[in-house]
Design a protein around this ligand. Structure first.
Ligand SMILES: Cc1cc2nc3c(=O)[nH]c(=O)nc-3n(C[C@H](O)[C@H](O)[C@H](O)COP(=O)(O)OP(=O)(O)OC[C@H]3O[C@@H](n4cnc5c(N)ncnc54)[C@H](O)[C@@H]3O)c2cc1C
Length: 411
């Protein structure tokens, strides 16, 4: 068998591997990218189903992610912005928490909202103001506090934590206990407070697709799973040997550790997203609906995506995304809960698909710090698990590895 030799071999075509490839292209460096799946993007996938765009699991883009702003032309992503604020289910009632930072006209409604006390609202404003200087560099320091401890230390009332923070952050971290490191909360806070939450009009897969277009044809090899490593050499499932000066493992954390023959320390948080087609929206003007009673419910949050991103549903129909944290609920369980909230009209909803993803986000426990990207002579790793669970981390790590390979600045 002919040995394939290349200066750089990237294994894994998620956002981390793709970013690394784009950065090598910018430096005029030759490389090959091997991807086990039939398409690029890793965990960022969108499908067309009956005229609807369904992202694989409920994912969003924060417009303030610095790495996304650096690498993508935001106007090409045609971002559709989620309406800020939240509608919250608590003890049998729907409560609205408007966002006066985004919608100053709603400041009075926000002040009068039954979610949290007046002091909670002042603390929230102070926390948001103080977060303006937070960045990945100064947040991920291996702090020992959980997010819950951090919020308690800030003095938020139990009502505010249980009604707003827990259901909101649980959906973000996929962690109802709020046991994730407060470092992650501190990093994300200004992005939520001062930036926007959005979806690309063409689906989240626009992110990998737009990077893929920047790659030289022929350098990506799909459906090629690397099964064995030896230094910077590796073998795929057909026994083909690939040899490189520099090997970049751009895998999810569990696959990387498996290939390296290490016991993995990566722990995962899972999620389940169920999509329904509906003749009418659920109201809330495109706001996220949170379930503060979520500890005992099969639904953690839901949103009518087509309210703010009409491209996601065919004309005259709506796309409703329903997220669950703990397990994979049956359609009957979901319908039972939805009917309690929205009445008989749920009978007209049609289930489109359910995405149960036990490996959605690598968890970031207190005390965890970003990992070394160089793991051997000529062997590197990148991916979200090397830093923190986010698209931003995946992209940043891919860029950092490309910059560290010694090929200089982009041409
Ligand atoms: C349901 C869900 C919701 C999320 N929500 C958000 C969100 O709202 N905001 C946010 O910022 N992030 C979110 N994320 C996280 C985000 O999607 C990830 O952080 C990011 O996509 C990780 O990219 P990656 O390149 O590090 O890893 P991956 O995307 O996992 O890419 C790894 C690639 O390696 C390939 N591979 C694995 N083994 C091999 C092998 N042996 N040989 C060759 N190739 C191999 C895989 O097929 C895959 O393509 C969410 C993720 C999920 C699943």
């Amino acid at each position: 068998m002919v040995i394939v030799k290349t200066p750089v071999l990237i294994v894994g075509g998620g956002l981390a591997g793709l970013t690394c490839a784009v950065e090598l292209e910018r430096r005029g460096v030759e490389y090959r990218l091997l991807e086990a799946g039939a398409r690029l993007g890793g965990r960022v996938v969108s499908d067309q189903v009956d005229g609807f765009i369904l992202n694989r699991g409920f994912q969003v883009l924060l417009t303030g992610y610095p790495e996304i702003r650096r690498l993508w032309a935001m106007e090409n992503l045609r971002l559709r912005r989620v309406r800020s604020g939240a509608v919250i289910r608590r003890q049998g009632k729907w409560l609205t928490l408007p966002d006066p930072l985004r919608h100053p006209g709603e400041i009075w409604d926000a002040w009068r909202s039954p979610v949290g006390t007046g002091m909670d609202k002042l603390r929230l404003a102070l926390l948001a103001l103080g977060s303006l200087r937070n960045s990945a560099d100064n947040c991920f320091v291996g702090g020992s506090q959980t997010t819950l401890q951090y919020l308690q230390r800030w003095g938020f009332s139990e009502g505010m934590i249980e009604t707003f923070w827990r259901p909101f952050l649980a959906g973000l971290f996929l962690d109802w206990e709020l046991s994730s490191s407060a470092d992650l909360f501190r990093f994300l806070l200004p992005l939520f407070a001062w930036g926007r939450v959005a979806l690309p009009a063409g689906g989240m897969q626009q992110l990998p697709r737009q990077l893929e277009r920047r790659l030289t044809p022929g350098r990506v090899v799909l459906e090629t799973r690397v099964e064995k490593l030896e230094g910077a050499r590796c073998w795929d499932q057909s026994g083909q040997l690939w040899e490189a000066d520099q090997l970049v493992l751009a895998l999810d954390g569990s696959s990387a550790d498996r290939l390296l023959g290490r016991e993995s320390e990566v722990r995962w948080a899972g999620s389940c997203t169920t999509y329904f087609a509906a003749p009418r929206s659920i109201g809330g003007r495109g706001r996220l609906h949170l379930n503060a009673d979520g500890a005992h419910s099969c639904i953690q949050h839901l949103i009518c995506i087509s309210d703010f991103a009409p491209e996601y549903a065919p004309a005259g129909q709506h796309l409703i995304s329903v997220s669950s944290l703990f397990a994979r609920p049956s359609e009957d369980e979901l319908r039972g809960q939805l009917q309690e909230w929205f009445g008989a009209e749920v009978g007209a909803w049609r289930m489109l698909r359910q995405d149960f993803l036990p490996q959605s986000l690598p968890t970031l426990a207190p005390g965890m710090r970003p990992r070394e990207l160089k793991i051997g002579e000529g062997v590197w790793r990148c991916g979200d698990y090397t830093a923190y669970p986010s698209l931003n981390a995946a992209v940043a790590s891919g860029r950092l590895v490309a910059e560290s390979l010694g090929y200089g600045e982009p041409k």
